[in-house]
Design a protein around this ligand. Sequence first.
Ligand code: RBF
Length: 244
Amino acid sequence: MAGIKGLGEAHTYDGSPLRIAIIHARWNTTLISALLAGVLKSLTASGVKRENIVIQSVPGSYELPYAVQRMYTASQTQAAAASILGGGGGLGRGLVESATDLLGGSVTDLTGLGREVVGAGAPAPPQTTEKEEEKKKEGEGGAKGLTQPFDALIAIGALIKGSTMHFEYISDAVSHGLMRVQLDTGRPVIFGLLTLLTEEQGRERAGIAGEGGDQGHNHGEDWGAAAVELGVKRRGWAEGRFVK
Ligand code: RBF
């Protein structure tokens, strides 16, 4: 008999006007990088532009609620700077770009595995890729990300039960912390925390189980879709509309 568990009918929402933050822990990196790839895949499929996705990492899941809260505040700071200074040229533009770089410059993206992992709070690495140099030469014509406050934030972590009580304490604290942040800020915080009894459960939920490493379901894809849906719905609610 078929099971009844699961997400139900899929809805699609247009993520193109949204700005999304992803905050992921670095513990259990194999799982995290697969989940992050799943999130990015579904965000992109919903039309969210890569330049409007900011990714930061923290050491472990326990740090997620604080990081989500601070990243949201940082995006509000950027938005305020952008609205005061406007998008015009000259000094104002430079300041807006500095504000944008507050976040954009310190991105850790595990999908580019093999590259250096930048810790939370670490200064932005000074290297500029050839592509970025080209964009600069094009007279700043390169695509700039949005500076609005994040429409949704996705927290990703994987806790695996060990022989001590850390699993119970961290799971509980992070779950409550993330809920608190979303209710306090009024912005959707997507719960991308796997609380696992075994590593195998993690592989199944990250879509990397089995001999070929491609079995199971990548829950990151659902989290990306949830972020877009809630981001779009929140915008509607803010205007007194109920988006279907
Ligand atoms: N963080 C995770 O994201 N996943 C884990 O499975 C995990 N296991 C931990 C086990 C122990 C015994 C400790 C002390 C920490 C663990 N952490 C884990 C790290 C934790 O979330 C946090 O980063 C650190 O406790 C520092 O605040």
